[in-house]
Design a protein around this ligand. Sequence first.
Ligand code: BG6
Length: 465
Amino acid sequence: MKRFPDGFLWGGATAANQIEGAYKEGGKGLSTADVSPDGIMSPFHETDDALNLYHDAIDFYHRYQEDIALFAEMGFKAFRTSIAWTRIFPNGDETEPNEEGLQFYDRLFDELRKHQIEPVVTISHYEMPLGLVKNYGGWRNRRTVDFYERYARTVFTRYKDKVKYWMTFNEINVVLHAPFTGGGLIFREGENKQNTMYQAAHHQFVASALAVKAGHEIIPDSQIGCMIAATTTYPMTPKPEDVYAALQKERSTLFFSDVQARGSYPGYMKRFFKENGITIEMKEGDEALLKEHTVDYIGFSYYMSMTASTAPEDLAQSKGNLLGGVKNPYLKSSEWGWQIDPKGLRITLNTLYDRYQKPLFIVENGLGAVDQPEEDGSIQDDYRINYLRDHLIEAREAIEDGVDLIGYTSWGPIDLVSASTAEMKKRYGYIYVDRGNDGKGTFERKKKKSFYWYKDVIATNGESL
Ligand code: BG6
């Protein structure tokens, strides 16, 4: 019988800005999400009167007890969320943290522990303080590293007895694809955008290494991971040029985990920088820091695979959360055009494990779909069950292949505001939330068919799949 390991961290994953709401309560400052009513892929633009669903999100800030009870009913072993940086340091550059914000997460983590649910915490998930963007230029500025380190040290110290699993940045490779959300970057006229994005990435690498160092000092039994949006890429044909194009596309993501897991800039990136006139300013000691403080595990999101070609403009295109690509004729797509590829998850797990030989954690995976309640009010989301089942079967195969997989937290166990399109209509949950794209609804929670299915998967440690 193929099995998931004992102690496997079954659960669900969210981010503060997509669930909490209460965007001005408890002394919270404004974050990048609070001014992005169109979603994370949009560059910054002033939109004061636009409806921004992140502002109230699903009101988790006030309803977390009810929601955690539902997660516990499903048997969750782990729950991934992020701390909203702006609840702790409202503008980002304060010297003292906001006590009210710290208390909220005390209550949240205590509630999880009460139900024996392990908190898995992302330190920064698409919600950096707007103050750091406006006053310092976001991650282009080296000073942001100091602010982040102060924030990380503050939360490690405060929650050292409550949180053992941490991730330093959500989808750290997003800075190249959504520079405002990923890096707090608003480009200046005439600047070399690529250079700025890679410089911001360097500052995040340094910040991440400093967080790993601090985390290990403050919480000796902690596990501190990186988090990338996996972009597993196939060549469109066996033509060597297509194979090379796929390798390069994949490397544009693996570069981020290479630096964080292996501790140095890979040769292929040094060449890329040289050939593209990119100069990264490093301080003395940066390279040693990166080398000494690599991550303990690799967290990643996986929704789809991609396909690359040397002549992409002649071919049909597919979409994705960060990156699109050429349409793969062998795959079906979700309603949002993301290509569904369970086997790609097994390939991703094997590729990452072969490369790093470090524990892996699937911290996001799931199907965004429109749910249509039946006349009796039930939600028969078999499409979601099928997606998740097919992916979990491949994850189990990868474990059989020898991959050290420590957990699976599916994305959005409760419906939440989507990141790329900032809407409610795209739902991932086992739990339905009554709220629409127009911002109307009661916030009432309702169990979907997948709720009972996932409960059974967890109860049997995957044997029911
Ligand atoms: C990942 C993000 O890119 O994809 C999440 O880490 C996001 O924040 C998830 O919600 C799904 O994307 P979307 O656009 O469907 O919400």
